[in-house]
Design a protein around this ligand. Structure first.
Ligand code: FPP
Length: 227
């Protein structure tokens, strides 16, 4: 049965979060550089984003580059940054009424990439359909540390009392404070770990593990034999 017929349109998750790994391994297994896998992954991001928006998903949050990913070889980091610069096409967002946001330590991102991402955030800010969120230079421990510092500062300044530090208060200080927690977490590389991704927010999320999905998806559509 085609997958579209299997989808219950009344039970579409509001927020889907994806850990987009397995691209590098997928490319290596086929004798390519890891960046080839990231390129295939980026192409798949477009397909998934358009389809999720069409189905009525409200938030799609993609773990695009973790704090730990800064330890990768310089050429791989450069290839991912170049991909971000080239693949964030504002017209696709506008055509699909998608708004764009980022969570993470943007100061770490090269200036030209950051400027182009910020431009897309501003241009799409009034779009009313799905919100595509990239977690960039992001990790939960970074986010929780920043949140803790901010809350401590507010207590020190007398703006907040210790008794006011509740679950809701913490959630409202997290980088994700503009969206609900994920209903569904998908990990594409087949690993079982949460890997420092939305650890607070995924406390109750349903988890789906897929192997070689992201990079493999688009290439399978084109034809495996061409690789
Ligand atoms: C982690 O796993 C994945 C990354 C470091 C990069 C993912 C980035 C993209 C797919 C490009 C994103 C582009 C847009 C437009 C959002 P890995 O694939 O290196 O994993 P592996 O080592 O598990 O194979």
């Amino acid at each position: 049965m085609p997958y579209k017929e299997e989808i219950d349109i009344n039970r579409i998750p509001k927020h889907v979060a994806i850990i987009m790994d397995g691209n590098g391994r997928w490319a290596k297994q086929r004798g390519h550089e890891r960046s080839f896998g990231h390129q295939a992954g980026a192409e798949t991001v477009h397909i998934i984003a358009e389809e999720a928006a069409r189905l009525g998903v409200k938030y799609l949050t993609l773990y695009t580059f973790s704090t730990e990913n800064w330890n990768r070889p310089a050429n791989e980091i450069a290839a991912i940054m170049a991909l971000l610069f080239d693949s964030i096409e504002e017209e696709i967002f506008m055509k699909n009424n998608i708004s764009f946001r980022i969570i993470g330590d943007l100061d770490m991102i090269p200036k030209d990439v950051r400027n182009s991402l910020n431009h897309c955030i501003e241009r799409t800010s009034t779009n009313t359909g799905m919100c595509l969120v990239l977690a960039l230079s992001y990790s939960s421990r970074w986010e929780i540390t920043e949140t803790t510092k901010q809350i401590a500062k507010e207590v020190q300044q007398g703006k907040l009392s210790i008794d006011q530090i509740t679950d809701e208060c913490i959630a409202s200080h997290l980088a994700t404070n503009f969206m609900p927690d994920p209903d569904l977490l998908i990990r594409t590389g087949g690993e079982l770990r949460l890997s420092n991704y939305l650890m607070w927010q995924c406390a109750y999320s349903v988890t789906l593990l897929l192997r070689n999905f992201l990079a493999g998806f688009q290439r399978r559509r084109i034809s495996e034999s061409n690789l």
